[in-house]
Design a binder for this molecule. Sequence first.
Ligand code: GLC
Length: 553
Amino acid sequence: MTGAMKWWQKTTAYEIYVRSFYDSNGDGTGDLNGITEKLDYLKELGAGALWLTPCYRSPQADNGYDIADYYEIDEIFGTMADMERLIREARKRDIRIVMDLVFNHTSDRNPWFIESSSSRDNPKSDWYIWRDAKPDGSAPTNWRGIFGGSAWTWCEARQQYYLHTFLKEQPDLNWENPDMRNALYDAASFWVEKGVGGFRMDAVTYIKKPEFRDGTPDYGDGMCAIHNMTANTEGILDFLHEFKDRVQKGKDIFTVGEANGVSAADLPLWVGDKGVFDMVFEFGHVVIDLKDETNWAERRNWTLKELKHLISESQKNTAESGWYPVFFENHDQPRCVSHYFPPDADRNKTGKLIGTLMYTLRGTPFIYQGQELGMQNVSWDDIDDYNDISTRNHYDFLIDEGYTADQAMEAVHHFSRDSARTPMQWTAEKNAGFTEGIPWLRINDDYPECNAASQSRDSSSVLSWYRKMSDLRNTHHVLIDGSYQEIMNDSDMIFAFVRKNAAHEAVVLLNFSGQTVSYDEVIVEGMDLLISSSDHVPGKLQPYEAAVFEHQT
Ligand code: GLC
């Protein structure tokens, strides 16, 4: 059955935050040669696609998401020859490299922007979003950028403002300009020619801009969140169909869009044969604990039923057409063992629980580096210990909004992007074996207990579990091509579902609670237990136990 499926549906993807993965030259920053050195580790985990966060030339205002040249590798990560070697060495192991395309904006140091900002009548004057001030000289709209502050910055040379959804160092491109779009498609095609296996499309829901008008204020200072004004604007799909035609058509590559603002109900327009991407990352299940995504201090209590519903809706909306990228972590999100479970929960158990969910839902699992070790959030005392610009800006925003310093730090401990960005923990040795030099970001203090070397030797570790789950998915194809049906929908402790193809049926039971919970054995009658993360007792699930059953139909 899986014969008709594409390679990227059958494989596992793994996201690498390049600067934190492995440093091969002792300068404290991870690099491309470091990834090449670790390819066998990744192969053993079953990874067939490696999504690399941006490693193009960049001033690194947002750690590479501010690109100065789409055709060059930044020297902190290596050279183009290193990249070519990585692509080649990966290919030998049947692994494809996936590039992060940041096409909503560039760096303000990109020559395109330097030219565009130099005057109102240069050839690239219309490649970015320029607007006149309001009559009183203030910004054209009251939009607040995603990383804080006005989304508009004044340019002396043009006597106009430019728009930036993120930092002022990340000016937004003007997709209405066909020359600009062609330049982006050429850059993407350059990487296809180099042999990459696909693209992750950064912040892609913001590329189409709506009418420029003030929004209803979301904050005390009269500003409104730009996301609420610009995400998923009507007409965006026309641009993306053009991208698909120009870059992807006839090529054996896949695309996955970062689709903040696209709901499960929108999926049929976004993915599949008629859609624009092969998969999109939606964020409902990772922002489930926030009342308002733009304010980390306002957390809400969530229930397992809500989480199950969100995931099941996405499964349903990609059942007929399209495909789902299963993820619980990325470089912008908290560590999942800290995110979804109480602080005292045993992360050996909860790490395996989420790992099982990831490998058994219908879709391509996307592991984020360190997730396979059960890495957890950091809680540093001082905001100055944090590197991430959005964390620092968010802290200032919370203080401005009247939260106390303790409240603001608590929010940072829960949601800072640095928790996902601390260096990968390879060994119990100095600097967790990540670098011989001084690491660019502080390493999580727990590395003596939580590292790849010790977990490789321990058959009961989270890492060993991920390896087993990857093998299980490869050998039990129902976990790849079977349909998905949620069962026990009313349970607020157990997440349970059935996967079914013509030959087999599998049942997955996941106890999300810290208590022993009973289930009705009828649902697994006549089935074999394939794997369990505890000593399985029929009819019961131990705290945080994950169990998978299967039989022939
Ligand atoms: C995306 C990236 C994030 C980056 C932002 C701006 O959300 O995942 O890391 O800061 O876009 O490019």
